[in-house]
Each structure stands twice: as structure tokens, then as C-alpha cells.
Design a protein. Structure first.
Length: 185
């Protein structure tokens, strides 16, 4: 089993796919999140209402917790020691996740460009994981067909308002899959 420290952004993107538990189980990943980040995981974009206006839906964290694929962990020990250094550059929720990752030696799962930049600058050896890495690896292992992959990526894009971070190694794959499946316009 692999533990990844996740920030709110990455967690919301994972939930937006509609297949979060399946993806995490396939890769045998457990996400660990600080209470500060947990408090920020609130809503996903929902379907437009009758007037065509955007809606929000509660982010379904409980199923992840019940499936033992998400654990909330407060800062203590080495993570607590690293927090002030991280908080000097990031908001508390993001700083707490970075401190947990550095303190535990686990990868930081984040799709936030600023968090990724600060993490690399402060801790050059930290492993960073993106949602596209998780999706690509899991869907390859699941042998997910093109229609299911397209639906998953479409949900990520619209329910999570997702755009790949600059320099994401799987960003081109994501754009290629979405373009290939867009069809004639």
C-alpha cells in the first residue's frame, strides 16, 4: 500500500472523476490529508439548474473514508516542525499538506501550480503526484475502454474545473484524449 499526502485541490479532482475509490484501489493508494485541507473539500460543480445556471454539489468524502482510502491526520512530530517553513510561502491548508509530506517522506499529491513550485523549491527531492498520473496509471491497469476514459476525463474537466498544471508530464496525453474524442464540431 502506498500513502500519498493529498491537498484539497487533488482530492476534489479525484472526486470529480466519479471513480475515486476504484482508481485508488487499483493503485493501492491511501490518501492522507490534514484537517485544514479536509475543511476545504466542500463542493464539486454540478449540472446546470433549470435556468442553465451553474450549481454546486457537496463533495462526497465519506465514501473514501469508509473505504479506508482517505485518512485525516493532524500535524505532529516532524510534520509540525516543518509547518512554519511551509506556511511562510503557502496558505495554511496547503502548507499543512506539504509539511505532512515532508515530515512523513510520502509523496505530495497536488495539482496546484503554486504548491508544486514552492514544494520543489523548498524540498527538491519531494515526490509530486498529479491527478493525471493517478488516472493514467489506474485506467491503464483497469484496461478502461475509450468511452469510459472519455467520461472520466470529462467529469474531471467539468465537475472539477480541471486544467493540467504547467509542465504536467501527462498534460499532453490528457489533451490528446479529449481532442481525439471531441469529434466533429
Amino acid at each position: 500500500m502506498t500513502e500519498n499526502i493529498t491537498d484539497a485541490c487533488h482530492c476534489l479532482n479525484l472526486l470529480a472523476t466519479g471513480r475515486s475509490i476504484e482508481l485508488l484501489e487499483t493503485l493501492n493508494i491511501v490518501l492522507v490529508m490534514s484537517p485544514q485541507a479536509h475543511a476545504e473539500v466542500r463542493y464539486l460543480h454540478g449540472p446546470p439548474d433549470a435556468a442553465g445556471l451553474p450549481t454546486l454539489e457537496p463533495a462526497p468524502l465519506e465514501p473514501l473514508i469508509e473505504a479506508r482510502r482517505l485518512r485525516i491526520q493532524k500535524l505532529e512530530g516532524p510534520a509540525l516542525d516543518r509547518f512554519p517553513e511551509c506556511a511562510a510561502h503557502l496558505r495554511d491548508a496547503d502548507a499543512s499538506c506539504l509539511a505532512l509530506a515532508v515530515g512523513s517522506g510520502h509523496a505530495l499529491a497536488t495539482d496546484d501550480g503554486k504548491v508544486r513550485k514552492i514544494a520543489r523549491r523548498l524540498f527538491p527531492r519531494i515526490e509530486l503526484v498529479t491527478i493525471l498520473q493517478v488516472i493514467r496509471r489506474a485506467t491503464e491497469q483497469l484496461h478502461l475502454g475509450e468511452p469510459d476514459l472519455m467520461t472520466l476525463l470529462h467529469h474531471l474537466c467539468w465537475r472539477g474545473s480541471f486544467q493540467p498544471p504547467r509542465g504536467d508530464p501527462d498534460g499532453e496525453w490528457y489533451r490528446r484524449v479529449l481532442t481525439r474524442n471531441r469529434g466533429p464540431t
